[in-house]
Design a protein around this ligand. Structure first.
Ligand code: ATP
Length: 325
């Protein structure tokens, strides 16, 4: 029996090791905003350090359907046609010059999140190309893509580890001084300093529980440590109270300074400041320009401005600033 159990126990140990390896692999990729499934080509090239130009060239995209792979092996093309997801992006073409801020706006379901996900290769384009620093992201080394792009979403994730460890995911060799500097930039240094264990405070369910806005600011500190030249930001802040929202906004101003930014915009101040606004509707860019031009043009943007950006005045809502003059 022991002869039988011995190898079995060993096997289950192996399984545990593999599982924990998978977990940590996943975690690292989650923080670095790259999916474990994506592959680096054998002849991949590095995106030149500090590249800030982002280009979408005639990008078409549809989400892969769950059973597409198995159906693709069948010869019944009509069956494949029936299960294909509809195209979500249809010929999206734009350039963000180094240091510019471009705002993506549009009705719900227009394709804004999908567009942002193609930059960090959560998905790859179906047709066309996304280029960073002139390099097609599919041809780039994953390391250079990771170094160049930083993503801040609404639900930034913190691990059940110390604050220092959470920050070091962005930059393993970061010194304490650099961490404090990033926390200061992210408007959260004071809070961390007030905790008895400071940087060594464990966060999460069984540790210190940050509020939504505080978590977002720790994520911004991570971004500041990482120092990417391109930032992809989903700025919805609906779940934050107005004080927290103001702090997140200050932190983002620091984080975006001098960087190329593609922002899924929900705030009036962002669209007003944007070098270019892209209005997406049903997977196409239907209007582009600056805030005042687009308001004057009287098209979809003008309507969105009236219905989204200029209606709500309740504190803590994403369009709260709309009532400011
Ligand atoms: P919102 O402002 O509501 O977040 P959005 O402009 O960001 O919308 P996307 O989330 O990019 O829009 O979605 C664009 C379209 O793609 C929608 O029709 C959506 O239903 C579809 N879609 C999103 N994710 C998937 C998925 N994983 N599989 C299939 N279709 C998807």
């Amino acid at each position: 029996l022991t002869r039988l159990y011995g190898p079995l126990t060993a096997l289950s140990n192996v399984r545990v090791d593999v599982m924990s390896a998978l977990v940590s692999f996943d975690r690292v990729f989650e923080v670095l905003d790259l999916k474990p499934g994506i592959e680096e080509k054998p002849d991949a090239v590095a995106i030149p350090a500090g590249s800030g130009r982002l280009e979408f060239r005639d990008v078409h995209f549809r989400y892969p359907s769950a059973d597409e792979v198995s159906l693709a092996t069948l010869e019944d093309v009509t069956a494949l046609d029936r299960t294909e997801n509809a195209p979500v992006l249809r010929g999206v073409d734009f350039t963000v010059e180094p240091g510019q801020m471009v705002a993506l706006v549009g009705p719900s379901g227009a394709g804004k999140s999908t567009t942002s996900m193609l930059v960090s290769r959560v998905y790859d384009v179906t047709e066309g190309a996304v280029r960073v620093g002139g390099v097609d992201v599919r041809d780039a080394t994953l390391e250079s893509l990771r170094d160049t792009i930083g993503v801040v979403t609404q639900d930034s994730h913190l691990f059940h580890e110390t604050i220092a460890e959470n920050l070091r995911y962005a930059r393993p060799e970061a010194t304490e001084e650099q961490m404090w500097e990033a926390l200061r930039g992210a408007q959260v240094a004071e809070l961390v300093r007030s905790l008895p264990e400071g940087l060594d405070t464990v966060v999460g369910e069984r540790g210190y529980r940050f509020s939504g806005g505080e978590k977002q600011r720790i994520a911004i500190a991570r971004l500041l440590l990482k120092h990417p030249s391109i930032v992809i930001l989903d700025e919805a802040t609906a779940h934050l109270d107005s004080e927290s929202e103001a702090a997140v906004q200050r932190a983002l101003t620091v984080a975006l300074e001098g960087r190329t930014a593609l922002v899924i915009a929900h705030r009036l101040s962002t669209v007003r400041d944007a070098d270019q606004i892209l209005v997406l509707d049903d997977g196409r860019i239907v209007e582009r320009g600056r805030h005042s031009e687009l308001v004057t043009a009287g098209g979809l943007y003008a309507e969105l401005y009236r219905t989204q950006f200029a209606v709500s005045d309740s504190p803590g809502m994403p369009y709260a600033e709309a009532t400011e003059q």
